[in-house]
Design a binder for this molecule. Structure first.
Ligand code: PGA
Length: 265
């Protein structure tokens, strides 16, 4: 059984003090699980102080982004090389990077290579916009995003990889009363497309080892529905992850599921 992965993407929320307080509370509440990995992706600014505070038996850190060059005259950027001792994972190709900051498919591919080159496991985000979905292009968009992102990687690199299916139209927009929930059947269909694309490129073994997550307005009450989708190995939560009760509730849902399947503590 692949380990379940619950990732909290804190986005551009929480200053240093607030981040430290939230981590402190989560560390008191969340236990050490043998087959669940809990990952926190705070802002770049607080990665360093949180890495000192972090209980590494309970959590791992992820960067939300980084630049694909290792070093050089690139004002305002932070490289994967600089992050290598600090984080275990890096989110790459998040839809906000693609759509708000204009990150292109080739740039995503370069970031994937840079992460792997620096020993950081990419959490590649893929997903279609509402317009693409309505036009019936979901499969093609996923295919293009997955295949271009993986272009520079080997089959071995791919086996450690995490891919999050995050339909752009289902991401929360900051309004806590407005959530668009993807149907678990649609998540199942996307998971199949993603693994199929990897099978075609790198073979069955690589496709079976990749962990596929779902993300988009995940809250504790819908978490289980997505975790029960066959082939889904965890969740990427945004808005809910900066809320202590909600994020712990999502981790609880994963824990409950694994316990029901007979996992030990
Ligand atoms: P959301 O964000 O849970 O707030 O929809 C998920 C993400 O953007 O990774």
């Amino acid at each position: 059984m692949r380990k379940l992965l619950i990732v909290g993407n804190w986005k551009m929320h929480l200053n240093t003090m607030q981040a430290s307080i939230l981590l402190h509370r989560l560390q008191e509440r969340i236990r050490i699980y043998r087959d669940i990995e809990v990952v926190i992706a705070p802002s770049m600014l607080v990665l360093q102080p949180l890495s000192v505070q972090l209980d590494r038996r309970k959590f791992r850190l992820a960067a939300q982004n980084a630049y694909y060059k290792d070093d050089g005259p690139f004002t305002g950027e932070v490289s994967f090389t600089m992050l290598r001792e600090l984080v275990h994972y890096a989110i790459i190709g998040h839809s906000e990077r693609r759509h708000v900051f204009g990150e292109t498919l080739p740039e995503v591919a370069l970031k994937m290579e840079a992460a792997v080159r620096n020993g950081i496991i990419p959490i590649l985000c893929v997903g279609e916009t509402k317009t693409e979905r309505l036009a019936g292009h979901t499969r093609r968009v996923l295919h293009d995003q997955v295949t271009t992102a993986l272009k520079g990687l080997t089959g071995e690199d791919i086996e450690n990889l995490v891919i999050a299916y995050e339909p752009v139209w289902a991401l929360s927009d900051g309004d806590p009363t407005h959530h668009v929930h993807t149907k678990p059947d649609d998540v199942a269909a996307a998971e199949k497309v993603i693994r199929h694309n990897i099978t075609e490129l790198y073979g069955k073994k690589a496709a079976e080892n990749v962990r596929v997550l779902y993300g988009g307005s995940v809250t504790p009450d819908v978490a289980r529905g997505y975790l029960d989708v066959p082939g889904i190995d965890g969740l990427l939560a945004g808005g809910a992850s900066v809320n202590y009760a909600q994020f712990s509730g999502i981790v609880d849902a994963a824990y409950k599921m694994r316990r029901e399947l007979g996992a030990e503590d």
